[in-house]
Design a protein around this ligand. Structure first.
Ligand code: ZN
Ligand code: ZN
Length: 358
């Protein structure tokens, strides 16, 4: 019995190519009470591996959060299996806007303490007391209301390449940080404003809306299914799309284009551009925005220092990295000081706040 993935990413990519089947990329989550996450995890792996499911699934006592892809012709089989599990029966599956056969290259089902690393102590508030779920149509209406404050619950590198018109986009690296900033900036409006929030697939708002209600906000709304489901509904019901740019996603595709607007800039030359790159220097891997010209000029690197290291023979690079561990830059995600055109989103937030108060 094989409980874990044994193939390398390259071997997987080759298998997918050879199979020649189109795959569906989708995501879902559910808060639930899972008694033994390890047994549940093994059950999922043993059922999904033969169905050729690939992806990243987190299982915890508090529920499940999955992003995955599978052959389109096995979808019904997969759905039937979900329906056999009590808390996953008829669950909404967020299907990706852009399909890419290689969005995931392995099946990883992991047991975690939490399904989202939200940094919250859930014992201090009632996570079931959530905000009002709204669909795309109601959301469009709400965000036109002058009594609404629209808040992006994602991190700065996500909102930088795409967000809803007029959204407040906190300059944060983590979900936990954003909660305090938002509460502080809006503390005068806990009762008189609609606090409307959104995230990628809706999961972060499940917790955030309960948290803000606990903190005294009276009118809390959340976009059900997040940007992914919004986009699907906008297309299906031919509603006006109010999302600008790209939706950052956490798989190999990195983003899916929702509108043609390019709202970000190359971090090196400032030209309008909204595609992320990982610095080619193996010891850096900084995630940043780099236009095609800069990519050529800088050899896909984030700095001249990285470019010089990247140009060395591989063995010498390895020698240099010895004992150094990974650079912290990976986690700065586009905020390294040497990038002149990185956006300071906190300023945008302040500007919006001032506009609202004026
Ligand atoms: Zn550039
Ligand atoms: Zn670099």
């Amino acid at each position: 019995m094989q409980l874990y993935n044994k193939l390398s990413a390259e071997e997987r990519a080759e298998l997918i190519d050879n199979a020649g089947k189109s795959r569906l990329t989708l995501s879902f989550y559910q808060y639930a009470k899972i008694g033994n996450p390890q047994i549940f995890r093994d059950h999922l792996f043993l059922t999904w591996d033969p169905m050729e499911v690939l992806g990243r699934i987190y299982v915890a006592h508090e529920g499940i959060n999955g992003q995955l892809s599978l052959p389109a012709d096995r979808f019904n089989e997969f759905k039937s299996h979900l329906d056999t599990i009590d808390f996953l029966k008829d669950i909404r599956l967020n299907v990706a806007v852009e399909q890419d056969n290689k969005s995931f290259l392995k099946l990883k089902v992991k047991v975690r303490n939490k399904i989202v690393a939200d940094g919250l102590n859930d014992d201090t508030f009632d996570v079931r007391n959530k905000g009002v779920h709204v669909d795309a149509g109601k959301f469009n209406e709400l965000i036109e209301d002058e009594n609404t404050v629209l808040v992006d619950m994602r991190n700065h590198y996500e909102s930088e390449i795409g967000h809803f018109k007029n959204a407040v986009t906190p300059d944060v690296d983590t979900f936990r940080e954003s909660l305090d900033i938002i509460e502080d900036d809006l503390k005068a409006h806990k009762e008189d404003k609609n606090l409307v929030m959104y995230c990628t697939g809706g999961i972060r708002c499940e917790k955030a809306s309960a948290y803000f209600k606990h903190k005294g906000f009276k009118n809390v709304f959340q976009l059900e299914g997040g940007i992914i489901e919004y986009t699907r509904q906008v297309k299906e019901d031919q509603l006006e799309n109010k999302f600008l740019g790209q939706n950052f996603v956490f798989d190999e595709r990195r983003a899916e284009r929702i509108s043609d607007d390019v709202i970000a800039n190359c971090h090196q030359c400032g030209a309008p551009f909204d595609v992320h790159t990982n610095c080619a220097n193996e010891a850096c891997h900084l995630l940043f925005i780099q236009c095609d010209n800069c990519k050529t000029e800088m050899d896909s690197c984030c700095s001249t220092a990285c470019k010089e290291i990247h140009a060395l023979p591989f063995e010498e690079q390895k020698e240099l990295r010895k004992g150094q561990g990974n650079s912290n830059d990976i986690f700065k995600k586009g905020r390294a000081d040497h990038l002149p055109y990185k956006k300071d989103l906190r300023n945008i937030f302040d500007v919006l706040k001032t506009q609202k108060e004026a």
